[in-house]
Structures are given as C-alpha cells and as structure tokens.
Design a protein around this ligand. Sequence first.
Ligand SMILES: [Zn+2]
Ligand SMILES: [Zn+2]
Length: 331
Amino acid sequence: MKALVYTKPSEMIYRDEPEPTASPGEVLIRVDAVGICGSDMHAYHGRDPRRIPPLILGHELAGEILAGPGIGRRVTVNPLITCGRCEFCVQGRNNLCANRTMIGMTRAGGFAQYVTTAAASVIDLPQGMATRTAALTEPAATALHALDMATRVLARPLPECTVLVIGAGAVGLLASLLLKSYGCRHIRLAETNPIRRASAERAGGFTVHDPANTDRPAESSIDLVVDAVGAATTRQSALTVVKPGGVVMHIGLAGGASEIDMRKLTLAEISLIGSYTYSTADLRAAARALHDGAFGDLAWVEERPLAEGPRAFRDLDEGRAAAAKIILRPQ
Ligand SMILES: [Zn+2]
Ligand SMILES: [Zn+2]
C-alpha cells in the first residue's frame, strides 16, 4: 500500500509499505480521508518524543471496514485505544485511560491506504455523512469536550458570556464555530498568521484580531478564554484578559511548564482547566454535530491527495496554508 511515512525530523516520504492485517479483536479500515493534526506537525518538528520515526502518523481518519467485526460499515475511529477496565475507563473518562495507546503514535496511523485498530475504537458515521466531514470528528470532539467542561464551571449561560479563543487552527476555529452554534454572541478569535485570520473571518464571521496589535481585549474583560495554543505567552494573555470569576480553558500543547500569575488566579477566583482529547461519547456527539451542520459551512477545509502529503507538511510548517485543516485523500 501507499503511505506517508515520517522518517526523520522535517522529512515525510510517500512510499510503499506492507499492507497491515487485522489481528483478532481488530478491524482493517480503508482510509478515505485523514486530517493533518497539530500533533502530527509536532512530530514532524521532532518535538514529540512519543512519536519515533520511521512511523506512519495520522489519527483523524474516516473510511470503511474491510476486515474484522462490522465489515462494510463507514466509520471514524477513536485514535486512543483504551483498556475499558481501569478506573478512568469505567467512569466514562477513557481519554485518561491509564493503559492507553494511540494510532499514529504507538502504532501505525492513518496516513496510508489502510490502517488497523481495535474493533472497540470504531465509531459509526451517521447515515449519509460525507467522508471529508467525518475526518473532522476528532478535532471537533476535542473542541466539544473542552467546551463541555468549561460550561459546567461558568457562572452564567454561554450565550451571555464574552469569549476569547486563542489560536485559529482547527481546534480553535472549531471551538469558535461550536460556541456560535451554542448561541454565544460575543466571540473573539486571536491569531498571529494573517492568512489564517482571513480564513477564520470567512469561515465564521468572527472578529479575528492579531494579538500583537492593540485591538486585543482589555484586561479582565473576558468570561471564558479558550487557549488552543498553549504556549507560555498565550497562557499569560489568557490570565490577563480573563474576568474575575472567569474560566481559562487550556487545550493547546505548544509549550510545557511556565510561570503563571497565581496571585490573580487566587484573588480573582479564576478556574484554570486543562482539557485533553475526548471520551468516546464526545466523539459520537461530535460526529452527530458535524453531520447536523452545527459547525456551519466547512468550505475552509482543504483537501489534497496523500501523495502530496510532504508538500502539505512543508506548507503548514512555513505558514503558507490558509486552511486550518488539510485533509489528505489516500485513495
Ligand atoms: Zn488530532
Ligand atoms: Zn483504561
């Protein structure tokens, strides 16, 4: 089969790889569409010690089951393969599974014509759902999970809240679009890349500003800040602009440890919440929401053949891709 292989930092090669076979309890999936994730970019930059080359990356996929339970079903997958038995799995919080592995990380991923995964990880697509839409389920579920957690902590209903989303990549943009569908009327989006800003403005009609400019939100003016970048500087801005009693939802993984203003956090009773991926329930809800049109017109998503994957990685790396999401087509 053809696959896009991460061979070393800054190198992706489109080449022939052995076709995988499904072991008992697994399914073989023909991959029809697979998105490039920020975490794939992290690996490409050599900054993810968990993704060791040579490796087929990619975990945001949709396709059809060719072998194993459920042959012929059109599915997306939970990239996290979880044990179903640990304390987190039994609570329904399987994103925290103590024994989790992941496709495109600990085993071959979806930048290929075929992939295998645990049969328990597949999620059926709603009837008639387009494959390109289905491939957005994973980043959409990341946004949905985070907003669900934030909503439980906010003092007032979301439509009344002022929201700032930092970062107009796929998760930031999908979070903004979902907030809009939840009835949120005051959404601001911060993005440093000018072509990404233009793309986000077209996608949702949001006020998108350059955080380097003075039109950024005033200090202590925002009820909910969603940090979809997660760098030292964005964490600091998030804490600066959040209102007393407000919520900072931290999703991005751009930078590890950094100092935060614990004095403001304490005196202003800020809730700082970390959010990681999604549960299986979130993935199902996200697929349904995408199919129902909750994320609006998805014309901002770009599609390219898998064979042009190396170029797509270079374009993303050099900030030349306007689209917040590039979907590769292996077939
Ligand atoms: Zn992803
Ligand atoms: Zn578990």
